[in-house]
Every structure is written in C-alpha cells, then in structure tokens.
Design a protein around this ligand. Structure first.
Ligand code: MG
Length: 144
C-alpha cells in the first residue's frame, strides 16, 4: 500500500462523509495553510481517486512528506541554483561541469515530485502534446 492509498484509507475510516474523507486525505498531502484553487483541488482529487503509480516510490514518499507548497518553492530554488551553475560554466569556473550535472539532477528530482502532486495524467498529456508539437516544428524546418 502506498502513501496515497494509505491516506485515502485512513481518511475513509475516520470520516463520516465522502467530502470529509477527501478533506482529510488532502490534509495528508497539502499543508493546511495552502489555499488550493478549484483547478488544483480537482487535480489532487483526481490523483487521490484515480491514482497512477509513480516510476519511483521515493519520489512519491518525499513529495507526500513535504507537500506541494514546500516542493513548489523548492523547484524555484533549484532552478535558481541551476542558473548560478550555468553562469559559472560560462565563466569557466573549476568543477562547473560536474556542478551543472548536480543542479540538473536536483531540478529533475523536484519537478518529478510536482508531476506526482499535480497528477501524472495531465502532466504527461501536456508533455506529449508539447513534444509532438516541437517534432512537427522541426519537420517543418527541414522542409523549408
Ligand atoms: Mg541544487
């Protein structure tokens, strides 16, 4: 049983209604002070009810432990660290090449957590649409 299933099962045992169960399950993942809008709430609801498994359980566990607000801010921080590493690479600083690999890894780790928290289906659909669109643009470039 993974964290999503555990959160839902625990909430269902404690709740007297489906709405209350959802609120309790949400509180396991989203910090109470984070005010979700309808779109984000629906994404979490879909993730909790449909549940798709992650490619790495550690990503789910870390994301569920820290929650959306923390990890959304963390992605900003890691992107900033990547930008600093890129500038150091441009300036030819020692260890810059290894450092940029570290920062790309950090960005991907946190981005994968947000993909989990926001719902795989939507994020993967958007990724596929964007990749397909870019491949069409490349094909058009080659026919010009
Ligand atoms: Mg970093």
């Amino acid at each position: 049983m993974d964290l999503h299933e555990l959160a839902v099962e625990t909430a269902e045992k404690q709740a007297t209604s489906e709405a209350e169960a959802f609120e309790k399950a949400m509180s396991c993942i989203v910090p109470a002070e984070f005010k979700v809008n309808d779109e984000i709430e629906q994404a979490f609801r879909a993730g909790l009810t449909a549940h798709k498994s992650c490619d790495d359980l550690r990503i789910e566990q870390i994301a569920a432990h820290y929650g959306f607000t923390s990890q959304a801010d963390m992605l900003t921080e890691e992107c900033a660290e990547y930008m600093v590493a890129l500038n150091k690479l441009r300036r030819g600083k020692p260890d810059a090449y290894d450092n940029i690999k570290e920062e790309v890894a950090d960005v991907l780790i946190v981005a994968r957590q947000l993909r989990y928290l926001l719902g795989y289906e939507d994020i993967d659909r958007i990724i596929n649409e964007k990749l397909d669109r870019q491949m069409r643009r490349i094909a058009d470039e080659n026919t010009d």
